[in-house]
Design a protein around this ligand. Structure first.
Ligand code: ADE
Length: 248
């Protein structure tokens, strides 16, 4: 899978993603990350890519033409017949979540567009953007960190980026539930003991305990997720949730 990032700060993208699991996946060639500097596509001798907003107001606006040229440069590298998603990072977009990450992980190529200053000329956004995406209801100084967050979350769902033992199968947001708590050695730490069931070796009991912990965590920390989660609940899950609600 290939990610192309249109940005004024390509070194942010490359240095931020060049480590750990994502860095290894890049080394292996499982994923490719190509940060394209919009400034290289400036149409004036001063290499400016921004200008004052029509109608007045604070700040500068990124011009349409350099962004459009950077986009065409990327498109030439990608199979031209294919429709490639172009994701604009903006607080005005749909809020990113695990479901969106899963959907985007099916793509072969994704282009990200990162804005700076007060935004980007609307006309080029209309021309090229297929998805407006936000990473949450707060405003950042640029789209680079949001793009990096999306690339990280999407990459780890690409087959063979994670090892089997780091599998993304049983983790938070699977079935809209949070993950159960984890423990490792030693058995006792600061007078706190690892739950007996995890030491029992009884796999069915462990599975039951983990499922209940997931439901309990979600009930306590993210009750908003339960509305969707209950759609996949078994009879036992429902009985356990009722107990939680009744404080039993
Ligand atoms: N750019 C600035 N703030 C952002 C946000 N919350 N999400 C995505 N892109 C942004």
């Amino acid at each position: 899978m290939n990610f192309y990032v249109m940005t004024l700060f390509p070194e942010m993208i490359t240095s931020g993603l060049n480590v750990s699991i994502i860095g290894k996946a890049m080394e292996k060639g499982t994923i490719g990350i190509d940060a394209v500097n919009i400034r290289d596509f400036s149409d004036n001798k001063h290499n400016h890519v921004d200008d004052y907003p029509y109608g007045g107001g604070a700040g500068m606006v990124m011009q349409a033409e350099p962004v459009y040229r950077a986009y065409n440069h990327i498109k030439e590298k990608i199979n031209k017949d294919k429709k490639t998603r172009v994701v604009y990072m903006t607080p005005q977009g749909k809020v990113f979540n695990q479901e969106m990450a899963k959907e985007l992980a099916k793509e072969e190529d994704i282009i990200f567009l990162c804005g700076h200053y007060e935004g980007i000329d609307e006309r080029v956004l209309e021309e090229i953007v297929t998805d407006n995406v936000s990473i949450g209801d707060y405003v950042l100084t640029g789209g680079e960190m949001p793009a990096m967050i999306m690339i990280d979350a999407i990459s780890r769902l690409v087959p063979s980026v994670l090892h089997n033992d780091e599998s993304a199968e049983f983790e938070s947001f699977e079935d809209n539930l949070l993950e159960y708590p984890q423990y490792t050695r030693p058995v006792i730490w600061k007078n706190k003991k690892v739950p007996d069931v995890l030491l029992s070796g009884h796999h069915l009991n462990i599975e039951k305990w983990r499922r209940e912990q997931s439901i309990k965590r979600t009930f306590e920390r993210r009750p908003d997720l339960l509305l969707e989660a209950v759609k996949n609940f078994s009879k036992k899950d429902n009985i356990y949730l009722e107990k939680l609600k009744n404080n039993e």
